[in-house]
Design a protein around this ligand. Structure first.
Ligand SMILES: *Cc1c(COP(=O)(O)O)cnc(C)c1O
Length: 384
């Protein structure tokens, strides 16, 4: 009889089930050594030489993420989401053309506009959810990378990964997807044709707002992936072992957290849609969201934990409402077990597509009735 393959949630819960051979511990030890003994014949039979290129705790966390993303070439962990994302762009060559989502994580957009252009990359920002516009922007043979974030900050725009992968590949380009807000629980971009998946593991993968980390995953162990490995090693971008351990601990509960957070986000989106002080709710789970049909196809088991609301009283009322939350925490970042609220326009600055009356909500695992009651009282106070 062939053995039934285990569900990813079972494998993640046990961090792939590795038992420490020395003590039989079910939680693996944290490997902190920066250096490793050479064999008498001068070889390194363990495969470990030095702490900047490699670390066993990092390997273990990478294996869990690679399993979750179904990444055949594996995963690489970095010291932050930005370190992971920028390694992909640095693996390109001067003069290469990049097409990136117009609605995307603001700090990466800022880096692309400043540092990446200084490195000689040519970058166009387009709505990657508009396939006709995207096709126009892609230059066959010249465009080397399409970078799409989906659902994308802070409007939760949905990009059709399978369709964009086809456009990229027809032009001889790769597709990289920032899948931070979908997480592998809802979407596995590599199975839909993407070449690289990026995560700000700082967010829901770790889930406890106590680690800054980033990750890349790939299917093909090709020259591009090896350049990314060389960049991580050369620039010292590897995640530290303590953070890798915490991230692995976080990923053990990823499925239960994500399921609760997405279910609560959906309930909040529905209730807030009927709230008299909310003019618009942006959430891909709502049928009126422009990306809903694609999201329903490409996201499994929920539409994620992120939503935004536009407040009926405009920017001043949005800022004032955020000032009155009691249970929600008024802070940047997302994906933790605690719910966060943020007036995004004041963070993103000039050039951002974020409307000034928008509040971004990261849904945690608190009781959803408590969350709604807090938003309701804050909106009322914000319009008082
Ligand atoms: C936070 C975030 C990043 C950057 O990750 P850091 O760990 O903060 O460097 C990139 N993309 C998205 C979607 C994010 O939310």
């Amino acid at each position: 009889m062939t053995k039934r393959p285990l569900h990813p949630r079972s494998l993640a819960a046990q961090a792939l089930g590795k038992i420490d051979p020395l003590t039989k511990a079910v939680v693996p030890p944290i490997h902190v050594s920066t250096t490793y003994i050479r064999d008498e014949d001068n070889a390194y039979s363990s495969g470990f030489i030095y702490g900047r290129p490699d670390n066993e705790t990092v390997h273990e966390a990478q294996a869990v993420l690679a399993m979750l993303e179904e990444a055949k070439a594996g995963a690489l962990l970095f010291g932050s989401g930005m370190a992971a994302a920028t390694a992909v762009f640095q693996a390109l060559s001067p003069g290469d053309h990049v097409v990136a989502s117009k609605v995307m994580y603001w700090a990466l957009r800022a880096w692309l506009l400043t540092e990446a252009t200084r490195w000689g990359l040519k970058i166009d920002f387009v709505e990657t959810d508009d396939l006709a516009r995207l096709k126009e922007a892609v230059k066959p043979g010249v465009t080397k990378l399409i970078w799409a974030e989906t659902p994308s900050n802070p409007l939760w725009t949905i990009t059709d990964i399978a369709a964009v992968a086809k456009i990229a590949h027809a032009a001889g380009a790769r597709l990289a997807v920032d899948s931070t807000c979908a997480s592998p629980v809802h979407t596995r971009p590599l199975t839909l044709g993407a070449d690289i998946v990026m995560h700000a593991a700082t967010k829901v993968l770790n889930g406890h707002s106590d680690v800054v980390a980033g990750a890349l995953c790939a299917n093909a162990d090709d020259e591009f992936w090896n350049r990314i490995k060389t960049i991580r090693k050369g620039q010292g971008g590897i995640l530290g072992p303590f953070e890798a351990y915490l991230l692995m601990r976080g990923m053990r509960t990823l499925h239960v957290r994500q399921e609760r957070q997405s279910a609560s986000a959906m309930a909040l989106a529905q209730k807030l849609s009927a709230h008299p002080l909310v003019s618009r709710v942006l959430y891909p789970g709502l049928p009126q969201h422009p990306g809903h049909d694609i999201a329903a196809r490409q996201m499994e088991g929920g539409f994620g934990f992120m939503l935004s609301v536009q407040v009926s009283g405009g920017e001043a009322a949005a800022v004032k409402s955020a000032a009155h939350v009691e249970l929600y925490k008024r802070a940047t970042s997302l994906g933790g077990v605690e719910s966060l609220i943020e007036h995004r326009a004041s963070i993103e600055g000039a050039g951002s597509p974020c409307p000034p009356d928008l509040l971004r909500l990261s849904t945690g695992i608190e009781d959803v009735e408590d969350l709604y009651a807090d938003l309701d009282q804050a909106l009322k106070a914000g319009h008082g």
